[in-house]
Design a protein around this ligand. Structure first.
Ligand code: SF4
Length: 445
């Protein structure tokens, strides 16, 4: 939580020496509080005050990263309880388990199944983010061997799950260059696990049975020099999980309770794929930084990823595509030309229906500030002028030799004015773009 000007003032030398360029220390403190000055501008501030100010300025929830290169994942650093207050920043990582009891082809098949959990939705690639290797065997050598195999066979980030410091030590030794997340330290193993995490620059999960014992555990781990911590709180039911995660979020963000100022992880290994998907989706909404499931069923995975995509979008910014002309297939000078708006969901729905028609076409995307056809029309962001301007800007006349433009059926009312503004023949398309394949085959000639 940011300090007020008066709170900052108490930490300054109070000599009013003006070396910072301000007439008084109080004026400097006010500028600092509004982020219009830097602490370094005061040469006389003490080391203790610097540390106190830095600690107070730290975000209430720490950002924790694991994995490397393209698959480096960040969780935490959230600032609000409710998405509409600002936005949620770090999309929940969906991880899938691999048991270290698997060997040979079974192990390869499992890794391959997880690797293939990738989908495209409204132009964005979504999928599993991490593989959690589970030390079911209790054998450190088997755990290390499977962890190494996963590292070699997958680009996904790695989570090493064992209560045994020996097993974690053996597996980290084989995988430390991929910066795995280590799970988990308990009250009994905190010192050894924190030492392994610190020496290998890996983040560490702290696991406990109650919020109070978890708070003590994170302080203990931190005192060993391991700063990147992920919280895991035991709970019997989904109700308890949601209650605990919400309580921890409130304590970290609203009370700035530093021992709980970390992202969280939840393990969902029970139940059939549908049940796992339902639980994981609930925990993506509130407030798990990582969910670990053991299903690899695409039908269970896609709803979790879709929910995550929606929850972690910015509620104040519609998801948009770039306004321009998009060729679908390999259109030529005789191909249909149509327009839609740059609201992402609208564009990708139209695109997929045009693709389904198998008739190569052009789609002109008009900039309507990310709003759908009817919303844009009623807000006067879509009218004959904006469409004519977009046609001129993107030089559609050079792409086709005909002069016929298909417009969405919902804005048929603008066809007369649009014809006058463009000198193109306006063809009114269907209201629902799912009818476009039929329209293009039967009406477009
Ligand atoms: S330089 Fe430091 S001590 Fe001097 S007036 Fe500015 S804030 Fe105060």
């Amino acid at each position: 939580m940011a300090l007020t000007g008066l709170e900052i003032f108490k930490l300054l030398p109070k000599t009013n020496c003006k070396k910072c360029g301000m007439p008084t220390c109080l004026a400097f403190a006010m500028q600092l509080a509004q982020k219009r000055a830097k602490l370094e501008d005061c040469p006389d501030v003490s080391e203790d005050s610097k540390q106190a100010l830095a600690a107070a300025a730290a975000p209430p929830m720490r950002k924790v990263t694991f994995g490397t290169a393209d698959n480096q994942l960040s969780i935490g650093q959230e600032t609000v309880l409710f998405r509409h207050e600002e936005k949620f920043y770090s999309p929940t990582v969906v991880a899938v388990t691999v048991s270290d009891k698997l060997t040979g082809q079974d192990l390869k098949n499992r890794i391959e199944a997880i690797n293939s959990l990738q989908f495209e939705r409204v132009g964005t690639q979504i999928g599993a983010g991490a593989i959690a290797v589970i030390n079911d065997s209790t054998d450190p050598a088997a755990f290390a061997s499977v962890a190494e195999m996963v590292k070699q066979s997958s680009n996904l980030a790695l989570i090493l799950v064992s209560d045994s410091p020996d097993a974690i030590f053996a597996a980290v030794d084989k995988t430390k260059d991929s910066v795995p997340l280590l799970a988990a330290a308990t009250a009994d193993t905190a010192e050894t696990m924190a030492k392994i995490a610190k020496e290998n620059n890996c983040p560490l999960v702290a696991r406990a049975e109650s919020i109070e014992s978890l708070s003590e555990l994170t302080e203990k781990i931190k005192s060993q020099g391991a700063e990147d911590i992920v919280l895991c709180l035991h709970a019997e039911s989904l109700r308890d999980k949601l209650y605990n995660l919400t309580r921890m979020r409130v304590l970290s963000l609203k009370k700035v309770f530093r021992p709980l100022g970390y992202p969280t992880i939840s393990f969902i290994a029970d139940g059939d794929p549908s049940q796992q998907a339902a639980i994981a989706t609930s925990l993506i909404c509130k407030y798990s930084g990582i969910v670990v499931v053991d299903t690899v069923e695409p039908y269970a995975f896609l709803p979790m990823l879709t929910a995550r995509m929606n929850i972690f979008s910015d509620p104040q910014k519609p998801v948009q595509v770039e306004p321009k002309v998009y060729p679908i297939g390999e259109p030529d000078e005789n191909s249909p030309m149509m327009f839609t708006t740059n609201f992402s969901l609208t564009y990708y729905t139209v695109e997929s229906d045009v693709e389904a028609s198998r008739i190569p076409s052009y789609i002109l995307v008009v900039d309507t500030e990310g709003t759908s056809v009817l919303t844009a029309y009623s807000g006067d962001k879509l009218n004959e002028k904006t469409v004519a301007d977009a046609m001129a800007k993107h030089n559609v006349e050079s792409l086709v030799k005909h002069r016929r433009l298909i417009i969405p059926g919902y804005v048929a009312v603008m066809s007369g004015k649009l014809e006058e503004a463009t000198n193109w023949e306006i063809m009114v398309g269907p209201r629902e773009c799912s009818m476009l394949p039929k329209y293009l085959k039967e009406v477009w000639k």
